[in-house]
Design a protein around this ligand. Sequence first.
Ligand code: URP
Ligand code: ZN
Ligand code: ZN
Length: 500
Amino acid sequence: MSSDERRLLIKGGTCVNVDHKFEADVYCQNGLIREIGIDLKVPEGTRVIDANGKFVIPGGIDPHTHFQLPFMGTVAVDDFYAGTRAAVAGGTTMIIDFVIPGKGTSLLDAYERWRGWADEKVCCDYSFHVAVTWWGDQVAREMEILTKEKGVNSFKMFMAYKDVYMVNDEEMYHAFECCKRLGALAQVHAENGDLIVEGAKKMLELGITGPEGHEMCRPEEVEGEATHRAIVIANQVNCPLYVVHVMSRSASDAIRKGRQRGCVVFGEAIAAGLGTDGTNYWHKCWRHAAGYVMGPPLRPDSSTPGYLMDLLANDDLQVTGTDNCTFNGDQKALGKDNFTRIPNGVNGVEDRLSVIWEKGVHSGKMDPCRFVAITSTTAAKIFNIYPQKGVIAVGSDADLVVWDGDATRTISATTHHHAVDFNIFEGMICHGVPLVTISQGRVVYDHGKLDIVRGCGRYISRPAFSSHVFGCVQQRDKIPRYEKVEREPYTGPIVQLPAS
Ligand code: URP
Ligand code: ZN
Ligand code: ZN
């Protein structure tokens, strides 16, 4: 059989979509789901995967990775090969990474550079958000080209990393306006970058140079303030907003309250924030503590992960990603005498699904349908690739996972598929194990064995104006928001100002 005719039958599983679970076989051919039903008759020679007693779920979509990101003087070790390898081993079949151009440089050039890095390495489908790190006419023009010609429908603004990536409120306002006009989703890394710089100075003056200083220089109100501010600014231009890596009660409460008063805002929690916490920054072993350094930091309040999961269960937060951006211990050691030089970032792309199943489904906070929503379907809807991705339906991409909700696995850096030498979930036992991962109708992971092809992932274009994001925004624009008061012209006295 030529690879174009590849046929696959997933037999006897319980399929899970966001709206219901159902028993059915799923027949895939040429990378698409062709038929769904009981006891399907399929052509001879079709490969059969036994899913009896197991779930069949849409492949995970991780909307937040940074593979081989050049950052803080070094480069993330999970490149597009190791990163997507880890992804499929964990049941994720699509990632959305970030193109991050430097200040004053071309967004289009950066996009092409990132494509060059990714296309020859990716083992599953992928797409790109693009960061806006400065403002000007050129940026606005390039955002338009990226949206109309390159399949980019989301742009991220950093409110932190002062002098490197950070934009100020005025720049953010213009970027939001532009996103709104183009039908692209504005995303923010929400932390007050000015306060972080001052906080870091304060810590170093106090002689606090270790990883605990990273959290103390940017406590959760620094994240909460920026989250609230971004929501306010976006609301002034009626621009939908997506807050990446929500790490704290304060930030998630700002999103929940924003949604309650009608703002169109989405919140993304990440595996790190759901599966571990910031007490690790106080660990006596420097290398261990540094392994958890990321921005915004994990919070030392150990009830935060459970709180974030409660919000995900109730749709106060909508999506999960990972912010996978990994650095080896020796790279982290660049900041051994000064926490501000520790490269920021942690793992997650391989373990996200298992961590969320353990803390969300096995704990009884959500059912498998909600699990599918927060790990796949809602991201597909928000980033406008639904129903190509994120659902088990005839005509959708055959990106699927046979999932055992009862089996357990122990997470460890000694067995993971990342390039990095550390795992922030080390020793954690999770219910919820991917048995088989199918990408574009091909089995790429089967009971612990990978069968991946470097470069076989496709770049997925994402059209503008996702109806999930812009549906009510466009309607709101039709309704006059501001009304002029008609009055007689003023004819009374006016105070005379001095000539100067
Ligand atoms: O620490 C992090 N999050 N590293 C990656 C860059 C970012 O801020 O997302
Ligand atoms: Zn960020
Ligand atoms: Zn990130």
